[in-house]
Design a protein around this ligand. Structure first.
Ligand code: GCU
Length: 340
């Protein structure tokens, strides 16, 4: 039912835009800026976007009314990316995983074991020489990435089978994000990839359509997956950022002065979110262990990494233009081989 409401709302937004009245509030004559995401209102991403709302309205409040829509209210991530493409909404947060189907350049950040440590990951994502060519590559598709958000490290978790080695994944149906890279990774690790949207995972786990999933620790608590899954294994297979994307026509409609203020706002989203992230993950882990009875497992990550290694070479062969960016990431990996 919630999905049906979301779709109706999404359709109404689209019609509003087509009719030429979308975006302008007749009552106050302020332009509404709609931002959608799929997390709860407790999540660091929501807290950061509310900080953005307050910042933009404190600077440009006579012109813009920023509204943040959490919890897939505007649709699944895939649907929200499409709404952002057409301009029915202005911004949304999408996992980098999904974006590879809109521009192949995004494939790079989805590679398993791309970053040697979270320090190397953060340094890479903060380096515009690395992100710039990727973030701008969806302009022709109608949107641009304006900043990145931390989504931690992705690990496997299952209803009732502890994962200690890749062999333990054999025969298990594991939910993955809807991206070719993630399906391929799951196949190499020996599990059976079951792609679906984030909002459908809880029910799929509960009804045993799947045996497990993979995500950061927040999924256990904030999305309730830890109520069903009792084993969480730190195989550390991916650090996939979330990306705040904006509709190009909207971004281009901003004056130079407004754009500068928005850029400051995008930086604020990144800063607030990553500060909140650290404590949110610690709290999630504690709650999962103490209140949900989730057991945390620390397997040797090497066999998982070895199984996925062919994906690096294959990607470089398929997308040679990405080689310089890949090498720049390797330089950060050498500089920060582990988190001390
Ligand atoms: C994380 C990530 C989301 C993503 C989700 C998923 O929660 O932050 O952007 O949608 O994983 O697995 O789909």
């Amino acid at each position: 039912r919630i999905r049906a409401v979301a779709l109706t709302l999404a359709a109404a937004l689209t019609l509003g835009t087509l009719a030429g009245c979308g975006g302008t509030s007749t009552a106050e004559d302020r332009e509404i800026i709609r931002i959608g995401h799929n997390q709860s209102t407790n999540h660091p991403t929501h807290i950061a976007l509310v900080a953005f709302e307050e910042f933009i309205e404190s600077k440009l409040g006579d012109k813009y009314d920023v509204e943040v829509f959490p919890s897939e209210l505007l649709g699944s991530q895939n649907e929200m990316v499409q709404l952002t493409q057409t301009g029915a909404i202005n911004f949304c947060v999408a996992s980098n995983s999904l974006l590879e189907t809109f521009s192949q350049n995004y494939t790079l950040f989805n590679l398993p074991y791309l970053f040697a440590s979270s320090t190397a990951y953060h340094a890479s994502m903060d380096d515009e020489n690395i992100t710039g060519p990727i973030f701008e590559s969806t302009k022709q598709a109608g949107f641009e990435a304006v900043t990145w958000l931390d989504a931690g490290t992705r690990n496997f978790y299952t209803v009732d089978k502890p994962i200690e080695t890749p062999a333990d994944l054999r025969g298990l149906k594991i939910r993955v994000q809807q991206s070719p890279t993630n399906v391929q990774m799951m196949n190499l690790l020996g599990g059976s990839a079951t792609p679906m949207g984030f909002g459908d995972v809880y029910t799929a786990l509960q009804s045993k359509i799947i045996d497990g999933a993979e995500n950061n620790e927040m999924a256990l608590t904030d999305n309730g997956h830890g109520d069903v899954c009792k084993y969480y294994s730190y195989d550390m297979h991916q650090m996939i950022p979330d990306i705040l994307i904006g509709n190009i026509a909207f971004l281009d409609s901003l004056s130079e002065e407004e754009r500068d203020i928005f850029e400051e706002g995008f930086d604020l989203v990144n800063q607030v979110q990553r500060e909140e992230w650290v404590t949110a993950v610690e709290k999630a882990k504690e709650r999962a262990a103490n209140e949900q009875g989730v057991q945390f497992i620390y397997p040797d990550t090497k066999p998982f990494q070895e199984a996925c290694a062919p994906m690096h070479e294959a990607m470089l062969e398929q997308y040679p233009d990405l080689a310089p960016i890949y090498d720049a990431i390797q330089a950060y990996n050498e500089q920060y081989p582990s988190d001390s």
